[in-house]
Design a protein around this ligand. Structure first.
Ligand code: ADP
Length: 288
């Protein structure tokens, strides 16, 4: 099984004629609302890929729709709590050129308690996978708990924060970075990510595919599939969720990454975040 300490957001995407200037009031041409947040995206990807994924997270009083939607996609939500702090949300402004500006309100995502975490992970079995990103609180506590319980501990260093990554580094078995995050981590630590003593490091390279650095020093590349991207939101989260699910389902890393590359490629051909994530059958049947 996969345990995901992760964010749950309402994504509100406003199409605008141009980015609002300071002091300007601007009417949007349209509004698209959906489920997002790096955590929720990864849970949906892992569940749609066929894994039992248990999400550990929090929403506000008005967040029932988000929990219902996660459940609908096959995510186990018994450890998603509802509190008084509003559900996290992202206000995403997209201009005519496709450029975006995002206001992120973390809200309930930063209210996870150590008790909640401990209670959830008390049901985990050694060998299960634990994953975190950087849109909640409690990552370092979770990583340490995971290590103590004999779980395989994975972390996606996004959104990048040097202090947050370095706090979880000692407990990691698997680290996911995109190209920019890999550069930022190298600057923060003075070492290449693959030299940090983590068993598996995966660097995603967008349309250039992904690279795996194994503990024994082996470096393997997985190519990207040729597609015309329309919206790259959630590509990395989908890729990560699919890799973790592949490993959870017993695939070797190379096969898990190949499946994830197909899922990521499909994802960039679709608008939206969690709601756009393909299931395993779509990923297997897709022609590129
Ligand atoms: P992030 O969204 O975290 O920045 P990437 O952009 O590196 O992550 O994308 C993650 C993965 O999704 C890539 O490794 C690749 O497999 C797939 N992907 C992303 N963009 C494209 C693209 N333009 N064409 C094909 N595959 C893509």
């Amino acid at each position: 099984a996969i345990w995901n300490l992760g964010s749950i957001n309402a994504d509100m995407v406003y199409a605008l004629p141009h980015m609002p200037a300071p002091g300007e009031t601007l009417a949007a041409d349209s509004l698209d609302q959906g489920l997002g947040g790096k955590g929720a995206n990864m849970s949906v990807a892992a569940a749609r890929a066929g894994s039992h994924c248990c999400h550990i997270g929090a929403v506000g009083p008005e967040g029932k729709w988000a929990v219902d939607r996660l459940t609908e996609y096959g995510v186990d939500t018994r450890h998603v709590v509802t509190g008084d702090v509003p559900t996290g949300h992202a206000i995403i402004a997209v201009d005519k050129a496709g450029e975006n500006s995002i206001i992120l309100f973390p809200g309930a995502n930063r209210t996870i308690s150590e008790d909640q975490l401990g209670q959830a992970l008390s049901a985990a079995n050694s060998g299960d996978i634990l994953v975190m990103q950087n849109e909640t609180n409690m990552q370092a506590e979770a990583a340490k708990m995971g290590r103590d319980l004999g779980l395989r501990v994975a972390y996606a260093a996004a959104p990048f924060d040097a202090e947050a990554v370095q706090a979880v580094l000692p407990y990691l078995d698997l680290l996911f970075l995109n190209e920019v995050e890999a550069q930022q981590l190298t600057e923060a630590t003075g070492k290449a990510p693959e030299a940090l003593g983590i068993a598996d490091v995966i660097v995603t390279l967008g349309a250039k595919g992904a690279r795996h650095f194994a503990a024994d020093g082996t470096v393997s590349d997985v190519p990207a599939l040729p597609v015309k991207p329309v919206d790259t939101t959630g590509a990395g989260d989908t890729f990560t969720g699919y890799v973790l699910s592949g490993l959870d389902r017993g695939l070797p890393m190379a096969q898990a990454m190949a499946q994830a590359a197909r899922a990521g490629a499909l994802m960039v051909t679709r608008n939206g975040a969690a709601d756009a994530i393909p299931d395993l059958k779509e990923v297997q049947d897709a022609r590129f």
